[in-house]
Ligand binder design. Structure first.
Ligand code: G3P
Length: 226
């Protein structure tokens, strides 16, 4: 199971790398544009913060030739280990086939149905970014699409990783993981929310309170075992 941050915000990524076991980050043109800075410098800044963790960068080109050219530029700038995110359009499928055969790591993205996922896997993608909430808010059932993809992959021994993306709630995230996501990419706000528990917070507070009521408090650290 892999947790990634769906963000291009350097500070959020720095914090997540420091606090948790983060597998990497995913970005897309919208997330990059929100940072409103030179995107080539931002890519290099993000790479440095990631310290070798996975970095998924989405192309902005939509034609086959444009995607190929942009993928080469991204790889040259960021390095061979970068994952190139390509939307599953017709030109996208063609580019995924070509680039995966030419030693590029590919993440197929904007996946909204089972057949797109299977075809992207057959074309050579390493990860499949399935837009769970966008499927649901357009009348589908995002977590159910994950379950169906997973069943087909198990039945056909397809090893491509299912990367859940586009979550609106923790419950949607949890159901998607249970339904078979190999990885999930989550916005920073939800990432922190999913790891917080009021019960945990209150429990720790009570432990401290009980201990201090008997032993007092050593403000410079405690020697618990006398
Ligand atoms: O990577 C795709 C993801 O950022 C889409 O999320 O919440 O805009 O549907 P959302």
């Amino acid at each position: 199971m892999e947790y990634l941050l769906d963000s291009a915000d350097v500070n959020s990524i720095k914090e997540a790398v420091e606090l948790y076991t983060l597998h990497g980050i995913t970005t897309n043109p919208t997330l990059i544009s929100r940072e409103n800075k030179n995107y080539k410098k931002l890519f290099l800044e993000l790479k440095a913060v990631l310290k070798g963790k996975d970095f998924h960068i989405q192309v902005t080109e939509v034609t086959f030739d444009g995607i190929i050219e942009e993928a080469k530029l991204i790889k040259k700038l960021v390095g061979d280990s970068v994952y190139i995110k390509i939307p599953v359009t017709d030109d996208g499928f063609k580019a995924i086939k070509y680039l995966s055969k030419n030693n590029f790591l590919i993440t197929a993205t904007a996946i909204c149905n089972v057949n797109q996922a299977v075809m992207a896997a057959l074309c050579g993608a390493k990860y499949l970014a399935v837009y769970i909430n966008r499927i649901t808010k357009n009348g589908g059932d995002g977590p159910e699409v994950i379950r169906a993809i997973k069943k087909i992959f198990i039945d056909n021994n397809i090893k491509t990783k299912i990367l859940g993306a586009s979550f609106k709630s923790i419950s949607q995230l949890n159901i998607s993981i249970l339904n078979g996501c190999d990885a999930v990419t989550i916005n920073p706000e939800m990432f922190k929310k999913m790891l917080f528990s009021e019960i945990t917070k209150k429990s720790v507070g009570k432990f401290t309170e009980d201990f201090e009521s008997v032993y007092g408090v050593n403000t410079t650290g405690r020697n618990l075992i006398k």
